[in-house]
Design a protein around this ligand. Sequence first.
Ligand code: AMP
Ligand code: MG
Length: 492
Amino acid sequence: MSIQIAFDNSYSRLPPRFHARLDPTPVAAPRLVRVNTALAARLGLDAAMLSGPDGVRMLAGNLVPDGASPLAAAYAGHQFGNFVPQLGDGRAILLGEVVAPDGQRRDIQLKGAGPTPWSRGGDGRAAVGPVLREYLVSEAMAALGVPTTRALAAVTSGQAVMRETALPGAVLTRVAASHIRVGTFQYFAAREDTDAIRMLADHAIARHDPDAAHAENPYRAFLAGVVRRQAALVAHWLLIGFIHGVMNTDNCSVAGETIDYGPCAFMDAYDPATVYSSIDRQGRYAYGNQPRIAMWNLARLAETLLPLLHDGEEASVEVAKEVLAGFSPVFEEAYFGGLRRKIGLATAREGDIDFVNDLLKCMAENAADFTLTFRRLSDAAADPGADAQVLALFREAGAVAPWMARWRLRLAEEGRAPEAVRAAMRAVNPLFIPRNHLVEEALNAAILHDDFGPFETLMDVLAHPFDDRPGFERHTLPPAPEERVTQTFCGT
Ligand code: AMP
Ligand code: MG
């Protein structure tokens, strides 16, 4: 059986300075961990073909399918605020693009597929831990409704990768609306290559903002589109307690998808200063800093587009400022609107921001679990008998009781049927998130014992994050003190 995929590789048709063409480096003994059957179907790919011998060879980089045009992309980026003019795909190879039955064009990329001209001394490989982590968390994000790159498959390579110790190697197949990053624009800006910036912007417009092509100023409309998508994305992150962990400009997608699941984590106890990433020593990418950092990244994108925004630097800067000013309204609408829905309010009123902030403040002071507070409030909306379950999440007994009394009054004034409020709240307040201790447990079983059972179980509950699952209570709970994970690692 050969591999039939209808590739249409628009990125590879860009000029040679955008990429390096090269095939993945084959691995010793590919073994399938998992194929994402539902995603394969959405892409118009045959999951059975992908899980077959040739499919697995392709997913490992051992067989390049007809029509693929493998390449590593050039990009730059600000890492923790410092500009690096040359990063690029150092361990990822784009096989090509497919236009799915839904009409959406998507990249199919192998991560961990071997060295490229941008590997900078790295081995171009990925260890099985980070591959499974990205699989779990990106698919959990998709199930939570957050724009994200997806995981189509994971295979182990049968080869060790050397990190602090030797670890089993693996390859992740990542699917994305595109892999165009703020850092891709920065790469060409650093080289004062305005032609390339224009080509890249036109390419991105065709893929992500086709309407912008007809705008009076297409590049302004494109920038506005990226700003809107990032503002909405970061609001969504905050609403589910997600911390990206490494919001460098090379990890900021102009398509508005969450990309690059390195040291990311979901917060257990609510605290806006939460940082898990071992390399984020200053807390630059702390939970509560994320909107500010997204805005900073967008300003870096705007700088690269200045030559296209208007004639003359000053006028261009004015245009950029106007467009960037669009971030806050979109963010605030998405964030506060989302918080209002999380507490079951159907109407907006003056004072709502203070009201919901009072709850968040109480949660922070009492180390209340972010996810469970909102989930249990959902049940309390219809049943005061469930109040005790909410109160139990707060360190000081009764700390949240006065707020809940105000909340009940407000719900009563809105007059919606309690069952309807509960249902609406449960639809936005997940029960299952990829909690760090559960992710670690699943990864350790795979790494240390070649046991993928806990990974599969976790994938299974995370696929339906808003549904009760009797028998899986343990997967809903925050870690016990001895289970707590305080640091996450890039794992490159
Ligand atoms: P990341 O931390 O995944 O955003 O990667 C930052 C940069 O380091 C990118 O240019 C990656 O391609 C590169 N990189 C990360 N891990 C490796 C590796 N094992 N081998 C080569 N390059 C890598
Ligand atoms: Mg990256």
